[in-house]
Design a protein. Structure first.
Length: 298
């Protein structure tokens, strides 16, 4: 299978970053691999055409940050995508675990593990009706403050900022607490490129990344433009509903010269929808990184 991350350069979402030097978005690689998982399920594992897919977990690790550097021409990527395990019910495949490696211009760039399952759309619809009926989805007040300034979360366009009202809390042995309210814009084509009845995984990944970047800048004084998402390990616990207010909670540990790790939760009224552990790597050369420390402005 082949993919061209360079195509994402025309996409305002994947190409809108302040990172220096400019890199292909690791979440673009995640989207490439997500689509590979669905294609593989249909073409090689036996998932029926009318299946609805649920991803239970996804781990992405950047192997070489230099390989992600954007050059003058669009890059060519090759994906080595393997089925490590399949799950069956009544003799039929209903899920799979994939392992993947993505090379850019022949250089190892990223590796990933993804777990997904699928079911007939009719069954998925019934499950959704049942789960939603158990929730109080009546309208309630939400935080409606302005989105964070883009430079605090590594973005140029305000439309690509998904956090508002972020605050820094106390510090314990587990790290410093940071909380941000998540903006769910269903009209955002980069985050909702097909109809959904729930908050997309793309929104969750972006909320995790932006909360981690904001936390790193506020707690450690690291400018987001000098950081990139080096690793993320995510588990999706339950469906996140549009009607419920959504927060992203972070716990920031100690940083070092290579970056900082952040534990994250996506929460809807104290119900955890997803968890993640992210690692932000430092992308600036040492001399520039030293000057960047303590700078959180654009």
């Amino acid at each position: 299978m082949r993919a061209r991350p360079g195509d994402g350069r025309e996409n305002d979402y994947y190409n809108d970053h302040t990172a220096t030097p400019a890199k292909y978005d690791p979440l673009l690689l995640m989207e490439v691999l997500r689509q590979c998982g669905i294609l593989t399920a249909h073409a090689y594992v036996g998932a029926p055409a009318d299946s609805s897919f649920v991803f239970d977990s996804a781990t992405l690790r950047i192997l070489c940050a230099e390989a992600l550097t954007i050059r003058a021409r669009p890059a060519r990527a090759t994906v080595d995508f393997q089925v490590r395990e399949t799950k069956e019910r009544a003799g039929r495949p209903v899920g799979a675990t994939y392992v993947a490696r993505l090379d850019i211009e022949g250089s190892p760039a990223a590796e990933a593990v993804l777990e997904c399952r699928w079911m007939p759309r009719q069954i998925w619809g019934k499950l959704r009706e049942r789960s939603r009926s158990a929730l109080d989805l009546t309208p309630r007040a939400r935080f409606t403050g302005q989105r964070l300034p883009g430079y605090l979360v590594g973005r140029r366009s305000p439309q690509n900022v998904v956090l508002t009202g972020a605050t820094v809390g106390g510090t314990t042995g587990e790290g410093t607490a940071v909380v941000g309210h998540v903006v769910v814009d269903q009209g955002h084509l980069g985050l909702f490129d097909h109809p959904l009845d729930h908050i997309s995984g793309a929104v969750m990944f972006e909320a995790f990344r932006q909360t981690a970047l904001y936390a790193a800048s506020e707690v450690h004084g690291l400018a987001p433009r000098g950081l990139f998402l080096e690793e993320i390990e995510t588990r999706f616990v339950r469906v996140a509903e549009f009607e419920l207010p959504t927060d992203c909670r972070a716990r920031v540990g100690a940083g070092d010269e290579s970056g900082v790790s952040v534990d994250l939760e996506l929460v809807q009224e104290d119900r955890i929808a997803a968890t993640a552990r992210g690692r932000l790597g430092r992308s600036l050369v040492p001399a520039l990184a030293e000057r960047e420390t303590g700078l959180v402005h654009a």
